[in-house]
Design a protein. Sequence first.
Length: 393
Amino acid sequence: MFAKRTDWDLALNPLAKALAERRAEGKPLIDLTVSNPTDCGFTYDMQAILAALESPAAMKYEPNPKGLEVARRAVATYYADRAEDVSTEDIFLTTSTSEGYSWLMRLLCDAGDEVLIPSPGYPLFDFLAELNDVKLVRYPLFYDHGWHFDFHALEQAITPRTRAVIVVHPNNPTGNYVKPKEREELKAICAKRGLAIIADEVFLDFALDGRPRASFVTNGRTTNVPLTFVLSGISKICGLPQMKVAWLVVNGADREKDGAIGRLEVIADTYLSLNAPVQYALGALLATRHSFQRQVLERISTNVAELDKQLAEVPSWLRFGMEGGWSTVLQGPTAAAGADRALNDLLDRGVLLHPGAFYGLSGRGIVVSSLLTKQEDHRPAIGRLLGTRYTVI
């Protein structure tokens, strides 16, 4: 009765099962996987956000496959504030980056075609690819005093069916930005092989050092620049995942870009998924990002400093270097795989972490911790995890 593409194993894994049992029994738990900003105690300008949704203009239906002009101008202004020039004609509004990925897979790939993705990386790609009949091929990032692209392995992974390379800038969960030299090498490879670049920039604004990183929207328009698509949205930028506003920006050589835009207009017009109130509100919603991002960066900096302070007492633990994003990768002193490490930490210490294998991190004892957890919870949770003196709940 059901399609093969949805033939997933829906049984709970041991960690999910143990978590459900612990919650049902009411046992104490500190969640170091939390990524929903609306659950993390940040302060939002509720009056401005709710008032922005009351525009009388939203009572009129004006379908536009790219999204309303007023909303696309708001996105262009966001990039202008970053000193990056984006035309409203190159912007498509979507309800989520997931929807944007689906559109791009439909645009670029026939059934069975391939898209390269980074490993480690977020597992959502697997489901999106399966739902769009696309095959994912992983290219590795390697760690050597920071995370780096393995371009030899990336080129070896390209086949006649490869259509695009996905980069996450900064990557989730490793937190590494695409370095300028890596960006130029990636552009050269993709231009030579006729591949598109899909750049996921949802965490772009969250650099730990506060230094802005250039977006891929500036990839250029010359004939030797590959077709490039940039995905982002207010789920992370403004901490408003419930508002369901995202976008994709198209750039590259004019001929390829014009062809992509024409086809994307048909795809977008088929769905017209974004509602009017949130489009009229987008400018006001984006204006709230400054306060939210200050709070997040302060939280991340505080939690990283606390983590490093406690790690200094337990040299058998390692924190991998990160540059941005909301997560950090840790490796504990155990011969057990990351899944066992995470399960043991939940059962023995009441601390929930993601196993490294969830993201394709294959090393022993590797787990991933969110940096959004409230400070009053993060400090004792790390103490429990590391066995330091900071364990009082």
